[in-house]
Design a protein around this ligand. Sequence first.
Ligand code: FAD
Length: 434
Amino acid sequence: MESAPHDDALVQRAMRVAIVGGGPAGLRAAEVASAAGARVSLWDRKPSVGRKFLVAGRGGLNITKNEPAELFSQRYHSAGHSERLWNSLVAEFGPEEMRAWALGLGVETFVASTRRVYPKEMRAAPLLRRWVERLRSSGVEFHMRHQLCELSVGEELTLKFKGADGHHVCASADAVILAMGGASWPQTGSDGAWVPVVRKLGVEVAELQPANCGWEWGLDAEFSQQWQGTPIKSVHVHADGELAKGELLVTRYGLEGGAIYQLGARLRAMGAPSITVDFKPHSTAEQLIAKMGPIKRNFLSEAEARWKLPKVATAMLWQAIGGADAASAQELAAMVKGFRIELKRPRQISEAISSAGGVRFAELNEELMLSRMPGVFAAGEMLDWDAPTGGYLLQGCFATGTRAANGALRWFAQRRGASPRYSTSSPMSRSFEG
Ligand SMILES: Cc1cc2nc3c(=O)[nH]c(=O)nc-3n(C[C@H](O)[C@H](O)[C@H](O)COP(=O)(O)OP(=O)(O)OC[C@H]3O[C@@H](n4cnc5c(N)ncnc54)[C@H](O)[C@@H]3O)c2cc1C
C-alpha cells in the first residue's frame, strides 16, 4: 500500500472525525474512533441521540442472534449481494463482540430459545444512558439539533448544518462518517431527508423502501375486525420459491409477522406479490386426509379438532371457499397446505421496522469509504442492505459502524504515514498492517 506524503501539521495533531447521525451505527463509530485517540464530534438533527434504539427496546431489545458467523452473513441482502463483505464485517464485529460490548457497559445478556440475544433487562434505555455517558467521558462532543445539509471536499472536508434556530453552522474534519439511518419511524429523526444531500455528491442511492413491514391484503372488514391481533404460529410461507418459517399476525389491514418480514426482499421484487401459506407444515396432505377418517361433510369444523387447525385459519379457509364447506377432505387438505394470498402492497415506510435501499455498496470500498469522496465513510441503515428481524439489524449497524471508523482511522494514518490503532482486528486490518 502506497503511503501519502507527510504533512507535518497532520502528523502532529489528533485526527478529527465528524460523525453525522447518533443512532447505533454513529455511536459505535464514535466509540471506535475516540478509543483510538481521535477527536470526535457527533452531530444529530434531534435533541437527543439513539431515539430509534429506544423504540427498538420497547418490545424487548434484540441486539443480535447467537448463530454461527457464516450463517449470519447470509441474512444480509444487498444489491450485488456480497457475502464476502458481510463475512468480513461479522468477523470484525459479530455476535460475541456485541455481547461483550453490552457487558462492558455493565449490561448482561441472555440467549432466548429462538437464539435471539437480549439484555437481561430487555430494555434499551439503561444501555443507551451508560453508552452516552461513556462517550462523553471519553471526550466525544455532542452537537444536537444540527441537520446536515451540505458536505464538500476541498483542502479538508467541510460539513454544513442547519441548527434549530435556522442558522447554518460549518465544521471541518479529517474524516466524516455518515450514519443517518433509513426512513422508517421518521419521528425518531431518520426520515431519509439526507438522500438528496448525498445524491448531490454524485453518489448513487437506491430508493428507500419499507422492509420488515406489514403487507396489505384485501381483507373483509368483518374478518379483520374479528381477527386482528391474532397470531398464526409455526407456519411455512412461500413467496416465489423462497420459504420462510415462523409466525404471521393478522392485522386490521392484512398481515405482519416474522415469516412475512423474512420474505420482504422477495415480495418487493415480485410484480404481483403473493404468498402461499402451509398451515400444517409438519403433516403431509395424505396424513391430514387420513386423520379426517370416513366423514362426508362438515370438513371445516372437523379440521379444527382433527388437524388442530387454528380458528383463524379455519375462518380464512371459510372465506376463501365463499362461506361454504369444502367439497372434500382432499380439497381442504390442499388448501391448508397451500393457501394462496394475493397481497396488495407493503405498508408505508413510516410504519416499517427498517428500510431497504440506501447508499449503494458499489459506491464504497471495503472500508466503507465513498470512492468518489476520499475521507467520507458511511455506516448503518443508510447503506443499501436489508435483513430480517432477529437482531441482524442492530448487528449490521454495529458491524458497519465499527468498519467505517476503523476504515477512517486507517485512511488517515495512511495519509500521514503513521501506523493506525485499531479497536478490533479484522482480515482487512491485517492487510493494512502488512
Ligand atoms: C419498532 C422498531 C423495533 C426495532 N427493534 C429492533 C430489534 O429488536 N433489534 C434490531 O436489531 N433492530 C431493531 N430495530 C431496527 C434498529 O433500531 C435500526 O436498524 C437502527 O436503529 C438503525 O441504526 P442507524 O444508526 O443506522 O440509524 P438510526 O438509529 O435511524 O439513527 C440515525 C440518526 O441520524 C440522525 N439523522 C438523520 N438525518 C440527519 C441529518 N441530515 N443530519 C443530522 N442527523 C441526522 C437521526 O436523527 C438519527 O438519530 C427496530 C426498529 C424499530 C422502528
